[in-house]
Write a protein of this length. Structure first.
Length: 150
């Protein structure tokens, strides 16, 4: 932001008034320094950021679970977890609608860790136990429970 030409121009009138005899490059430098100081002050205002909940709470697990989902599952299961991801049309059977899955968390944990083929389903549901830690899978299960519509 400090390097944006738009911002260089803003406030220059004020700086020129303060330093009427300064040469043009100096005026630009002073104006940039003032703008940088102003934006730093703003960025340092941490009080405005929401606090992440304590890591052992279900709330924190849910936030982590959603981010694991977005990283690893969206491509097939979709942003809405309705099974309509960008790659979904390549597969038959289609990736499951995870908002309407009839299965309990223990089954979901099994298919997530071991993959579809190991549980007699599509081999295109990959096994995730080499990529994800048990904590990540636990967080995913929390997230999947939270998005169920029925
Ligand atoms: C490459 C595509 C692909 C990716 C990526 C993928 N899945 Fe799947 N998933 C599938 C397919 C296809 C099925 C359906 C299998 C079937 O019906 O035989 C499935 C089924 C499932 C099921 C069974 C649900 C039900 O109701 O039958 C769960 C749970 C699941 N996936 C969770 C996940 C999670 C969590 C991730 C991310 C860690 C993920 N999947 C990533 C393709 C994918």
């Amino acid at each position: 932001m400090c390097h944006s030409p738009r911002h260089e121009n803003e406030g220059q009138g004020q700086v020129m008034a303060n330093y009427p005899n300064a040469s043009q490059p100096i005026r630009v430098l002073v104006s940039l320094a003032l703008l940088c100081a102003a934006s730093w002050g703003h960025a340092a205002d941490h009080a405005a950021l929401p606090k992440f909940p304590p890591k052992t709470t279900a709330e924190a697990g849910l936030i982590r679970g959603e981010s694991v989902y977005k990283r690893y599952c969206v491509l097939c299961h979709g942003v809405e977890a309705d099974g309509k991801g960008r790659a979904a049309k390549q597969y038959d059977p289609k990736p499951a609608d995870l908002t309407r899955s009839p299965f309990p968390p223990a089954y979901k944990e099994m298919i997530i860790k071991r993959g579809g083929e190991a549980v007699g389903r599509s081999k295109f549901m990959p096994p995730w136990d080499q990529e994800l830690t048990s904590e990540q899978v636990g967080d995913l299960l929390l997230f999947l429970e939270s998005i169920k519509v029925n």
